[in-house]
Design a protein around this ligand. Structure first.
Ligand SMILES: [Zn+2]
Ligand SMILES: [Zn+2]
Length: 304
């Protein structure tokens, strides 16, 4: 299963000509999951060619405007469509109360099931936000001016069967025996024993981690441990490290050091302050510590 991530907004605070505010879209198996929903996210989805009817879950990192201001518009659009699902919204402490307020700000008919999940992981702790047969989403607290959480999206490993080999070697075709083998059972076919090891192989699930607005924080390497991809805020360059500290944000170099510590395969930095005309210095400073770094731009797509 391919995970496709699209950056819908890569700037911080306010939208600029080149960068919208925060939102990352994940598409997998026809399901769309949004991580944050800054102002203008709906329009960014239009431009990127995604249907809002496929959004099933929204994971909010925190309630600063650049991460949530597009939420009420998105909800209204989904509610006005022929949406037959439950829309799940996850967020940090205070999300239930804020969602209640938010829904009162716009007059529209509530036709859709909306389920709000408030996540309150303890300091240094990981909490499971959602888990199903295919993947889990865990969260951990960040250090920001308001309750803020980072997320780890982890696909589960899958057992696949090499049907070509199973047929050539054992004459086995698809059917209930294949299901048993996938579940780890040994089966008997035409007088021959077939073990899962004979015909099965494992497909390792992919993991991506989103580190949103935060100051330096010991939980980050734990949350991001060995991930295939770490997406991390890098609002500032070394020149403004004092501002990063003051406003509880990270520099690109700090993000890179955290990626190195976590042992991730790739780092994408995002959430750039509009004071910088480009991301050249962010990249240069990050690559000193972690060469596998890329700087996000709006509509950047990454496949895992
Ligand atoms: Zn922000
Ligand atoms: Zn923030």
């Amino acid at each position: 299963m391919t995970i496709e991530l699209t950056f819908l907004g890569t700037g911080s605070m306010v939208p600029t000509k080149d960068r919208n505010v925060q939102s990352i879209l994940l598409e997998r198996e026809g399901e769309i999951i949004l991580f944050d929903c800054g102002e203008g996210t709906q329009r960014q989805m239009n431009i990127a060619g995604y249907s809002r009817a496929k959004v099933r879950k929204v994971f909010l990192t925190h309630w600063h405007g650049d991460h949530v201001s597009g939420l009420i518009g998105l909800i209204q659009t989904i509610f006005n469509s022929d949406y037959q699902h439950t829309l799940h919204i996850y967020g940090p402490k205070g999300t239930k109360m804020r969602m209640e307020h938010l829904r009162k700000t716009v007059d529209f008919e509530n036709k859709v099931d909306l389920e709000i999940h408030e996540l309150t992981p303890g300091v240094g702790q990981l909490e499971v936000a959602h888990e199903n047969e295919d993947y889990s989403v865990e969260c951990a607290p960040m250090k920001h001016g308001t309750a803020c959480i980072g997320y780890r999206f982890q696909e589960k490993d899958r057992i696949r069967i090499n049907m070509d080999h199973a047929f050539k070697e054992y004459g086995l075709k698809t059917g209930p025996l294949v299901g048993k083998l996938k579940r780890g059972e040994t089966v008997e076919f035409k007088g021959k024993k077939i073990t899962p090891d004979d015909v099965c192989y494992k497909v390792t699930g992919k993991t991506f981690v989103l580190i949103p607005d935060t100051g330096l924080n010991n939980t980050i390497p734990t949350l991001a441990d060995q991930a295939d991809l770490m997406i991390c805020e890098a609002s500032f360059t070394n020149e403004h490290e004092h501002k990063a500290k003051e406003f509880k944000h990270l520099t690109a170099a700090q993000a890179a050091l955290l990626a190195q510590q976590a042992g991730v395969s790739k780092l994408i930095i995002t959430h750039f302050s509009q004071r910088y005309p480009d991301t050249e210095n962010h990249l240069k400073e990050a690559k000193v510590h972690f060469p596998e770094t890329e700087a996000a731009h709006d509509f950047l797509k990454v496949k895992l």
